[in-house]
Design a protein around this ligand. Sequence first.
Ligand SMILES: [Zn+2]
Length: 371
Amino acid sequence: VKRAARAVLAIGISAGVLAPSQSFAWEKHATLMPSVLWGLSQPLREQLKRTVSAPCRQADVEMYPVLADRLKLNKAHMVSPTIPTNCVPGDTVELTSILAGAFVDDPDMGMDENLDESHDPHGYRQWMGGKKGPTSKGFRHMYFGGWRLTKPIATFQIPIKAVGESPERVELLANTAKELIKSGNTAWGFRVLAWAIHYTQDLAQPFHAVQIPKLAMVPWYSIFKGFGNLVSETTRTIGNYHWAYEDYVKYRIELGKDSPFQECMLKAENYAAEWVLNAKLGDHRRLALAVADASVKIGAELGSAEYKFFGGQLKLPEFDLPAGQGKLDYADLSVRPDVMDGRQELHQVTCRALANGVVATRKLIEWALQP
Ligand SMILES: [Zn+2]
């Protein structure tokens, strides 16, 4: 295996890039929020029942450019309305509905894409999805903490230094959210809080903190067509496993009370990593790093379980799931007896990943509600 790792390293360096092919995390973050909110303490849930003044379209349109400047977002992006229909000045909105709404998925809709060079001062994008198109947001939605001699396979990545802005983004967005809340723009404060939550939850998806969860996901045979081909093929196959994983988890979560993840999301504190549970309120960068670290800890386990579950088929040329090529039958995969072992292992490790995201989210909400 060591030889294989060295080979990837050599290939990555010679080709200059090993980019993930896409960068959603949990397919839809909004699917995690009901469990997050349900598990908050009673007093916090009461606080979230408060209604605040609702910004209508004009206020949204004026707010976004201010935030785009401050948060270095794509100014051309059109932010979704806070109140989608029939908003008139004087309307109110409940805080719970802002957090439970689709705003937690806003950061995947274009605000971090197609940015100019000044937005990427560390040059992370060359390693994390490129500078154009939907994958160009990757550098803010992932964090690969660097290769560690003590965990050479689990932390294997290219480049070997830490790359990705997620921890900084969580800190900047959470602090901006609190400033808005304190200044009386509470609805927008909670929208920006939902953005901070998004990046934190991204890091709880191990594919966002570990570049190659399992070396067997690399299509080594493609090296016969050259190094460049191996790199692009690895990008495609890792993208397939990344995508299939999120689609499968979303499919199962949407089953509601029949979801295998319901218990571990509602009682997330029983499943989350200790250092996420113990992270201090208000130190957002540390919280993000703790979540990323928890993902590294379970990354290899996830990689093995997923490979056992889906098998090697996602390396086949007919699959390019991020590009809409190839189809998996998630309903069938949910019940097939022949993949039961892989499925159980995958569920167990996913429980821990989801719990890390849920606990970290609750911490951010609790902090935001503090006076
Ligand atoms: Zn994301």
